[in-house]
Design a protein around this ligand. Structure first.
Ligand code: CTP
Length: 414
Protein backbone atom coordinates (compact mmCIF):
# COMPACT_ATOMS: atom_id res chain seq x y z
CA UNK A 1 0.00 0.00 0.00
CA UNK A 2 1.47 3.33 -1.07
CA UNK A 3 1.67 6.32 1.28
CA UNK A 4 3.37 9.65 0.72
CA UNK A 5 5.37 11.57 3.29
CA UNK A 6 5.57 15.30 2.59
CA UNK A 7 8.55 16.97 4.24
CA UNK A 8 8.62 20.74 4.77
CA UNK A 9 11.34 23.07 5.96
CA UNK A 10 11.75 22.89 9.71
CA UNK A 11 14.43 21.61 12.09
CA UNK A 12 12.34 18.48 12.64
CA UNK A 13 12.77 17.55 8.95
CA UNK A 14 15.51 15.11 9.99
CA UNK A 15 12.91 13.17 12.01
CA UNK A 16 11.01 12.52 8.77
CA UNK A 17 13.69 9.98 7.86
CA UNK A 18 12.87 8.04 11.00
CA UNK A 19 9.16 8.28 10.18
CA UNK A 20 9.74 6.92 6.67
CA UNK A 21 11.65 3.97 8.14
CA UNK A 22 8.95 3.28 10.72
CA UNK A 23 6.23 3.33 8.05
CA UNK A 24 8.23 0.96 5.88
CA UNK A 25 8.40 -1.43 8.84
CA UNK A 26 4.60 -1.60 8.60
CA UNK A 27 5.01 -2.97 5.08
CA UNK A 28 3.97 0.33 3.50
CA UNK A 29 5.44 1.53 0.22
CA UNK A 30 6.63 5.00 1.24
CA UNK A 31 7.24 7.81 -1.25
CA UNK A 32 8.64 11.21 -0.31
CA UNK A 33 7.87 14.70 -1.57
CA UNK A 34 10.02 17.58 -0.31
CA UNK A 35 9.51 21.31 -0.45
CA UNK A 36 12.39 23.57 -1.45
CA UNK A 37 12.85 24.68 2.17
CA UNK A 38 12.97 21.07 3.42
CA UNK A 39 16.02 20.49 1.22
CA UNK A 40 17.89 23.12 3.25
CA UNK A 41 17.57 20.81 6.27
CA UNK A 42 17.97 17.31 4.82
CA UNK A 43 18.87 16.09 1.36
CA UNK A 44 16.60 14.17 -1.02
CA UNK A 45 19.38 11.57 -1.26
CA UNK A 46 18.70 10.44 2.31
CA UNK A 47 15.06 9.67 1.48
CA UNK A 48 15.91 8.16 -1.91
CA UNK A 49 18.35 5.85 -0.13
CA UNK A 50 15.79 4.74 2.44
CA UNK A 51 12.79 4.39 0.15
CA UNK A 52 14.44 3.22 -3.05
CA UNK A 53 12.23 5.69 -4.92
CA UNK A 54 12.96 8.97 -6.64
CA UNK A 55 12.20 11.82 -4.25
CA UNK A 56 10.02 14.52 -5.75
CA UNK A 57 11.45 17.95 -5.04
CA UNK A 58 9.64 20.27 -7.41
CA UNK A 59 6.94 20.69 -10.01
CA UNK A 60 9.25 20.92 -12.96
CA UNK A 61 12.19 18.63 -12.29
CA UNK A 62 11.33 15.24 -13.63
CA UNK A 63 14.48 13.23 -12.92
CA UNK A 64 16.60 16.08 -14.16
CA UNK A 65 15.21 15.52 -17.64
CA UNK A 66 13.58 18.11 -19.82
CA UNK A 67 10.04 18.54 -18.49
CA UNK A 68 7.64 16.46 -20.55
CA UNK A 69 4.03 15.29 -20.56
CA UNK A 70 4.79 13.00 -17.64
CA UNK A 71 6.21 15.75 -15.46
CA UNK A 72 3.28 18.03 -16.34
CA UNK A 73 0.80 15.65 -14.72
CA UNK A 74 3.04 13.96 -12.17
CA UNK A 75 1.33 15.70 -9.24
CA UNK A 76 -1.98 14.25 -10.41
CA UNK A 77 -0.69 10.71 -10.85
CA UNK A 78 1.07 10.83 -7.47
CA UNK A 79 -2.06 12.24 -5.87
CA UNK A 80 -4.25 9.53 -7.34
CA UNK A 81 -2.00 6.61 -6.56
CA UNK A 82 -1.36 7.31 -2.89
CA UNK A 83 -3.54 6.00 -0.06
CA UNK A 84 -2.55 8.69 2.45
CA UNK A 85 -0.51 11.89 2.50
CA UNK A 86 1.22 12.71 5.77
CA UNK A 87 3.09 16.00 6.03
CA UNK A 88 5.67 15.77 8.80
CA UNK A 89 6.97 18.14 9.90
CA UNK A 90 4.31 20.61 8.75
CA UNK A 91 5.52 24.19 9.12
CA UNK A 92 3.30 27.22 9.79
CA UNK A 93 3.92 28.15 6.15
CA UNK A 94 2.60 24.90 4.67
CA UNK A 95 -0.48 25.05 6.93
CA UNK A 96 -1.20 28.57 5.65
CA UNK A 97 -0.69 27.59 2.04
CA UNK A 98 -2.86 24.48 2.35
CA UNK A 99 -5.59 26.38 4.19
CA UNK A 100 -5.75 28.83 1.28
CA UNK A 101 -5.73 26.15 -1.38
CA UNK A 102 -2.50 27.39 -2.90
CA UNK A 103 -0.74 25.23 -5.45
CA UNK A 104 2.66 26.81 -5.91
CA UNK A 105 4.87 23.75 -5.46
CA UNK A 106 4.59 19.99 -5.86
CA UNK A 107 3.42 19.27 -2.32
CA UNK A 108 0.59 21.81 -2.22
CA UNK A 109 -0.49 20.92 -5.75
CA UNK A 110 -0.54 17.23 -4.89
CA UNK A 111 -2.46 17.91 -1.65
CA UNK A 112 -5.14 19.71 -3.67
CA UNK A 113 -5.36 16.95 -6.25
CA UNK A 114 -5.39 14.06 -3.76
CA UNK A 115 -8.58 12.33 -2.71
CA UNK A 116 -6.54 10.43 -0.15
CA UNK A 117 -6.71 11.47 3.50
CA UNK A 118 -4.37 14.23 4.63
CA UNK A 119 -2.51 13.94 7.94
CA UNK A 120 -0.66 16.96 9.29
CA UNK A 121 2.00 16.82 11.98
CA UNK A 122 2.90 20.42 12.77
CA UNK A 123 6.25 21.35 14.34
CA UNK A 124 7.38 24.90 14.94
CA UNK A 125 8.30 27.54 17.51
CA UNK A 126 5.70 27.81 20.29
CA UNK A 127 4.73 31.37 19.42
CA UNK A 128 4.21 30.48 15.77
CA UNK A 129 2.13 27.50 16.90
CA UNK A 130 -0.01 29.56 19.24
CA UNK A 131 -0.46 32.44 16.79
CA UNK A 132 -4.14 32.93 15.92
CA UNK A 133 -3.28 32.76 12.21
CA UNK A 134 -1.77 29.26 12.60
CA UNK A 135 -4.65 28.09 14.78
CA UNK A 136 -7.21 29.48 12.32
CA UNK A 137 -5.47 27.73 9.41
CA UNK A 138 -5.46 24.46 11.35
CA UNK A 139 -9.14 24.81 12.09
CA UNK A 140 -9.90 25.33 8.38
CA UNK A 141 -7.90 22.24 7.48
CA UNK A 142 -9.50 20.20 10.25
CA UNK A 143 -12.95 21.19 9.02
CA UNK A 144 -12.01 19.97 5.57
CA UNK A 145 -11.24 16.56 7.02
CA UNK A 146 -7.49 16.70 7.65
CA UNK A 147 -6.26 14.73 10.63
CA UNK A 148 -3.99 16.81 12.85
CA UNK A 149 -1.43 15.16 15.09
CA UNK A 150 -0.77 17.91 17.60
CA UNK A 151 2.81 18.75 18.51
CA UNK A 152 4.17 17.94 21.93
CA UNK A 153 5.46 20.17 24.68
CA UNK A 154 9.13 20.32 25.51
CA UNK A 155 12.39 22.08 24.71
CA UNK A 156 12.27 23.48 21.19
CA UNK A 157 15.17 23.98 18.81
CA UNK A 158 14.78 27.75 19.24
CA UNK A 159 15.66 27.37 22.91
CA UNK A 160 12.14 28.01 24.14
CA UNK A 161 10.03 25.68 26.21
CA UNK A 162 6.48 24.94 25.07
CA UNK A 163 4.26 23.23 22.53
CA UNK A 164 5.76 22.83 19.08
CA UNK A 165 7.82 19.63 19.00
CA UNK A 166 6.90 17.11 16.33
CA UNK A 167 4.67 14.39 17.79
CA UNK A 168 6.32 11.04 18.60
CA UNK A 169 7.07 8.88 15.56
CA UNK A 170 5.03 6.03 17.04
CA UNK A 171 1.99 8.35 17.32
CA UNK A 172 2.43 9.38 13.70
CA UNK A 173 2.65 5.75 12.58
CA UNK A 174 -0.42 4.83 14.61
CA UNK A 175 -2.36 7.72 13.05
CA UNK A 176 -1.39 6.66 9.52
CA UNK A 177 -2.47 3.08 10.26
CA UNK A 178 -5.77 4.28 11.75
CA UNK A 179 -6.48 6.49 8.77
CA UNK A 180 -5.63 3.71 6.30
CA UNK A 181 -7.82 1.31 8.21
CA UNK A 182 -10.77 3.68 8.11
CA UNK A 183 -10.26 4.40 4.44
CA UNK A 184 -11.94 1.24 3.25
CA UNK A 185 -13.68 -0.12 6.30
CA UNK A 186 -17.17 0.75 5.10
CA UNK A 187 -16.87 -0.56 1.55
CA UNK A 188 -19.57 -3.15 2.17
CA UNK A 189 -22.07 -0.68 3.65
CA UNK A 190 -24.91 1.33 2.17
CA UNK A 191 -25.52 4.20 4.54
CA UNK A 192 -28.77 6.10 4.47
CA UNK A 193 -28.37 9.51 6.12
CA UNK A 194 -31.13 12.04 6.73
CA UNK A 195 -30.15 15.63 7.38
CA UNK A 196 -31.46 19.16 7.84
CA UNK A 197 -34.70 20.45 9.30
CA UNK A 198 -37.98 19.68 7.56
CA UNK A 199 -40.36 22.50 6.65
CA UNK A 200 -44.11 22.18 7.07
CA UNK A 201 -46.06 24.57 4.91
CA UNK A 202 -48.59 26.94 6.47
CA UNK A 203 -49.39 28.72 3.20
CA UNK A 204 -47.49 29.19 -0.09
CA UNK A 205 -44.87 31.45 1.55
CA UNK A 206 -44.66 30.39 5.20
CA UNK A 207 -43.63 27.27 6.97
CA UNK A 208 -42.89 25.81 10.38
CA UNK A 209 -39.20 24.98 10.55
CA UNK A 210 -36.42 24.43 13.06
CA UNK A 211 -32.83 25.49 13.64
CA UNK A 212 -31.10 22.42 12.23
CA UNK A 213 -28.31 23.40 9.79
CA UNK A 214 -27.78 19.90 8.42
CA UNK A 215 -24.03 20.07 9.18
CA UNK A 216 -23.90 16.92 11.31
CA UNK A 217 -25.78 14.83 8.73
CA UNK A 218 -23.65 16.11 5.85
CA UNK A 219 -20.48 15.41 7.85
CA UNK A 220 -21.69 11.84 8.43
CA UNK A 221 -22.43 11.41 4.72
CA UNK A 222 -18.99 12.73 3.80
CA UNK A 223 -17.19 10.60 6.37
CA UNK A 224 -19.02 7.43 5.24
CA UNK A 225 -18.20 8.18 1.58
CA UNK A 226 -14.60 8.69 2.51
CA UNK A 227 -14.55 5.28 4.17
CA UNK A 228 -15.79 3.59 1.03
CA UNK A 229 -19.52 3.34 1.77
CA UNK A 230 -22.30 3.91 -0.73
CA UNK A 231 -24.24 6.85 0.69
CA UNK A 232 -27.82 7.95 0.17
CA UNK A 233 -28.34 11.43 1.62
CA UNK A 234 -31.96 12.48 2.07
CA UNK A 235 -31.92 16.12 2.95
CA UNK A 236 -34.32 18.85 3.93
CA UNK A 237 -33.28 22.33 2.67
CA UNK A 238 -29.86 23.48 3.93
CA UNK A 239 -27.21 25.94 2.81
CA UNK A 240 -24.72 23.13 2.26
CA UNK A 241 -23.43 21.47 -0.89
CA UNK A 242 -23.99 17.71 -0.87
CA UNK A 243 -20.73 15.77 -0.74
CA UNK A 244 -19.78 14.59 -4.20
CA UNK A 245 -20.27 10.90 -4.80
CA UNK A 246 -23.44 10.43 -2.75
CA UNK A 247 -26.93 9.76 -4.05
CA UNK A 248 -28.66 12.98 -3.09
CA UNK A 249 -32.39 13.25 -2.56
CA UNK A 250 -33.82 16.64 -1.77
CA UNK A 251 -37.07 16.81 0.18
CA UNK A 252 -38.90 19.53 2.09
CA UNK A 253 -41.49 18.14 4.48
CA UNK A 254 -41.61 15.28 6.98
CA UNK A 255 -44.07 13.45 4.69
CA UNK A 256 -41.66 13.69 1.74
CA UNK A 257 -38.79 12.56 3.95
CA UNK A 258 -40.82 9.57 5.08
CA UNK A 259 -41.57 8.56 1.47
CA UNK A 260 -37.92 8.85 0.45
CA UNK A 261 -36.67 6.96 3.51
CA UNK A 262 -39.17 4.12 3.05
CA UNK A 263 -38.25 3.85 -0.64
CA UNK A 264 -34.53 3.49 0.06
CA UNK A 265 -34.67 1.56 3.34
CA UNK A 266 -34.38 -1.88 1.68
CA UNK A 267 -30.96 -0.92 0.25
CA UNK A 268 -29.55 0.36 3.54
CA UNK A 269 -27.31 -1.55 5.93
CA UNK A 270 -26.91 1.45 8.23
CA UNK A 271 -29.47 4.22 8.80
CA UNK A 272 -28.42 7.45 10.49
CA UNK A 273 -31.38 9.74 11.12
CA UNK A 274 -29.63 13.01 11.83
CA UNK A 275 -32.51 15.09 10.44
CA UNK A 276 -34.60 17.27 12.70
CA UNK A 277 -38.03 16.14 11.60
CA UNK A 278 -41.02 18.30 12.46
CA UNK A 279 -43.24 16.64 15.04
CA UNK A 280 -46.29 18.63 13.93
CA UNK A 281 -47.55 20.04 10.66
CA UNK A 282 -50.47 22.36 9.93
CA UNK A 283 -53.55 20.19 9.43
CA UNK A 284 -54.53 22.35 6.44
CA UNK A 285 -52.22 24.28 4.11
CA UNK A 286 -53.84 27.57 3.04
CA UNK A 287 -54.12 27.80 -0.76
CA UNK A 288 -53.33 31.53 -0.74
CA UNK A 289 -51.05 33.63 1.42
CA UNK A 290 -52.79 34.24 4.74
CA UNK A 291 -53.62 37.93 5.19
CA UNK A 292 -53.17 39.80 8.42
CA UNK A 293 -56.72 40.14 9.66
CA UNK A 294 -56.27 39.55 13.36
CA UNK A 295 -55.39 36.65 15.61
CA UNK A 296 -55.43 33.28 13.88
CA UNK A 297 -55.17 29.73 15.11
CA UNK A 298 -53.26 27.12 13.14
CA UNK A 299 -54.33 23.62 13.95
CA UNK A 300 -51.42 21.18 14.00
CA UNK A 301 -51.46 17.44 13.56
CA UNK A 302 -48.63 15.08 14.45
CA UNK A 303 -46.34 13.84 11.67
CA UNK A 304 -45.50 10.16 11.37
CA UNK A 305 -42.53 9.05 13.47
CA UNK A 306 -40.28 7.89 10.63
CA UNK A 307 -37.60 6.53 12.93
CA UNK A 308 -39.99 4.33 14.89
CA UNK A 309 -41.55 3.13 11.64
CA UNK A 310 -38.28 2.10 10.01
CA UNK A 311 -37.11 0.37 13.17
CA UNK A 312 -40.06 -1.98 12.70
CA UNK A 313 -39.77 -2.32 8.92
CA UNK A 314 -36.02 -2.83 8.55
CA UNK A 315 -34.61 -6.11 7.34
CA UNK A 316 -32.51 -8.12 9.79
CA UNK A 317 -28.96 -6.85 10.04
CA UNK A 318 -29.79 -3.21 9.27
CA UNK A 319 -28.54 -0.93 12.02
CA UNK A 320 -30.75 2.07 12.84
CA UNK A 321 -29.40 5.06 14.74
CA UNK A 322 -31.48 8.01 15.89
CA UNK A 323 -30.37 11.48 16.93
CA UNK A 324 -31.85 13.37 19.82
CA UNK A 325 -31.42 17.07 20.52
CA UNK A 326 -32.44 17.69 24.09
CA UNK A 327 -32.59 20.84 26.20
CA UNK A 328 -33.35 19.27 29.61
CA UNK A 329 -32.67 15.98 31.38
CA UNK A 330 -30.87 14.80 28.22
CA UNK A 331 -29.93 11.26 29.28
CA UNK A 332 -33.35 10.45 30.61
CA UNK A 333 -35.09 11.63 27.41
CA UNK A 334 -32.57 9.91 25.17
CA UNK A 335 -32.94 6.58 27.01
CA UNK A 336 -36.68 6.90 26.66
CA UNK A 337 -36.34 7.49 22.89
CA UNK A 338 -33.99 4.55 22.52
CA UNK A 339 -36.61 2.22 23.97
CA UNK A 340 -39.71 3.90 22.53
CA UNK A 341 -38.39 4.02 18.95
CA UNK A 342 -36.75 0.60 19.04
CA UNK A 343 -33.45 1.85 17.62
CA UNK A 344 -29.97 0.39 18.16
CA UNK A 345 -28.43 3.64 19.38
CA UNK A 346 -29.19 7.28 19.99
CA UNK A 347 -26.67 10.04 19.35
CA UNK A 348 -27.54 12.49 22.09
CA UNK A 349 -26.89 16.16 21.57
CA UNK A 350 -27.34 18.40 24.59
CA UNK A 351 -28.33 21.60 22.77
CA UNK A 352 -28.49 23.59 25.99
CA UNK A 353 -24.65 23.71 25.96
CA UNK A 354 -23.44 27.05 24.58
CA UNK A 355 -21.44 27.47 21.30
CA UNK A 356 -21.86 23.91 20.05
CA UNK A 357 -24.65 22.00 18.32
CA UNK A 358 -27.06 24.02 16.16
CA UNK A 359 -25.41 25.68 13.19
CA UNK A 360 -22.01 25.30 14.84
CA UNK A 361 -19.06 23.53 13.20
CA UNK A 362 -18.36 21.75 16.46
CA UNK A 363 -20.35 19.42 18.62
CA UNK A 364 -20.12 17.03 21.56
CA UNK A 365 -22.44 14.04 21.86
CA UNK A 366 -23.13 10.89 23.82
CA UNK A 367 -23.47 7.64 21.87
CA UNK A 368 -26.07 5.70 23.79
CA UNK A 369 -27.10 2.06 23.44
CA UNK A 370 -29.27 -0.04 25.73
CA UNK A 371 -26.14 -1.31 27.48
CA UNK A 372 -23.54 1.43 27.07
CA UNK A 373 -22.94 5.14 26.99
CA UNK A 374 -19.91 6.65 25.25
CA UNK A 375 -19.09 10.34 25.62
CA UNK A 376 -17.61 11.86 22.48
CA UNK A 377 -16.11 15.18 23.63
CA UNK A 378 -16.29 18.48 21.78
CA UNK A 379 -14.60 18.37 18.38
CA UNK A 380 -15.25 19.46 14.78
CA UNK A 381 -18.37 17.83 13.35
CA UNK A 382 -16.40 16.13 10.57
CA UNK A 383 -14.13 14.46 13.11
CA UNK A 384 -17.10 13.61 15.30
CA UNK A 385 -18.75 11.99 12.29
CA UNK A 386 -15.87 9.50 12.09
CA UNK A 387 -16.13 8.76 15.80
CA UNK A 388 -19.88 8.16 15.49
CA UNK A 389 -19.27 5.85 12.52
CA UNK A 390 -16.62 3.99 14.57
CA UNK A 391 -19.19 3.43 17.33
CA UNK A 392 -21.84 2.40 14.82
CA UNK A 393 -19.52 -0.15 13.21
CA UNK A 394 -18.61 -1.53 16.62
CA UNK A 395 -22.30 -2.25 17.16
CA UNK A 396 -22.90 -3.43 13.63
CA UNK A 397 -20.18 -6.04 13.35
CA UNK A 398 -18.50 -6.25 16.75
CA UNK A 399 -16.27 -9.27 16.18
CA UNK A 400 -14.91 -8.06 12.85
CA UNK A 401 -14.19 -4.54 14.09
CA UNK A 402 -12.44 -5.82 17.21
CA UNK A 403 -10.30 -8.17 15.13
CA UNK A 404 -9.31 -5.34 12.77
CA UNK A 405 -8.58 -2.94 15.62
CA UNK A 406 -6.39 -5.53 17.27
CA UNK A 407 -4.54 -6.08 14.01
CA UNK A 408 -3.91 -2.33 13.72
CA UNK A 409 -2.64 -2.05 17.29
CA UNK A 410 -0.40 -5.09 16.88
CA UNK A 411 1.07 -3.44 13.77
CA UNK A 412 1.46 -0.12 15.55
CA UNK A 413 3.10 -1.70 18.58
CA UNK A 414 5.55 -3.74 16.63
N1 CTP B 1 -37.74 11.54 14.00
C1 CTP B 1 -38.40 10.96 12.96
N2 CTP B 1 -39.66 11.32 12.65
C2 CTP B 1 -40.31 12.27 13.38
C3 CTP B 1 -39.64 12.87 14.47
C4 CTP B 1 -38.35 12.49 14.74
O1 CTP B 1 -37.82 10.11 12.29
N3 CTP B 1 -41.54 12.60 13.04
C5 CTP B 1 -36.37 11.10 14.31
C6 CTP B 1 -35.30 12.17 14.14
O2 CTP B 1 -34.76 12.13 12.82
C7 CTP B 1 -34.27 11.77 15.19
C8 CTP B 1 -35.09 11.12 16.27
O3 CTP B 1 -36.34 10.75 15.66
O4 CTP B 1 -33.38 10.81 14.72
C9 CTP B 1 -35.36 11.94 17.47
O5 CTP B 1 -35.99 13.13 17.11
P1 CTP B 1 -36.72 14.00 18.20
O6 CTP B 1 -37.41 15.15 17.54
O7 CTP B 1 -35.76 14.28 19.29
O8 CTP B 1 -37.77 12.90 18.71
P2 CTP B 1 -39.26 13.00 19.07
O9 CTP B 1 -39.82 11.63 19.03
O10 CTP B 1 -39.91 13.98 18.20
O11 CTP B 1 -39.20 13.46 20.57
P3 CTP B 1 -39.54 14.88 21.24
O12 CTP B 1 -40.77 14.62 21.99
O13 CTP B 1 -38.36 15.16 22.12
O14 CTP B 1 -39.68 15.88 20.14
Amino acid sequence: MKVTVGVTGGIAAYKAAELVRALQQQALDVHVVMTAAAQQFITPLTFAGITGHRVITGLWDSDGQVPNAHSAIEHISEAQSTEALIIAPATADILARLAHGMADDFLTTMALAAAAPLILAPAMNVQMWEHPATQANLEVLRQRGATIVAPESGHLACGMLGEGRLAKIEDLVRTVLDVLHRRHDMASETVLVTAGGTREAIDPVRYIGNRSSGKMGYALAEAALFRGARVILISAPTRLDPPSGCKFISITSAAEMRQAVLKHLPEATLVMKAAAVADYRPRLRAEQKIKRTGPITIELEPTEDILAEISNLRKPGTLVIGFAAETERPLEHARDKLARKGVDAIVLNDVARPHIGFDSDRNAVTFLTSTSSQELPEMPKRMLADRILDEALRLHRPSQVMAEMNAVSILANR
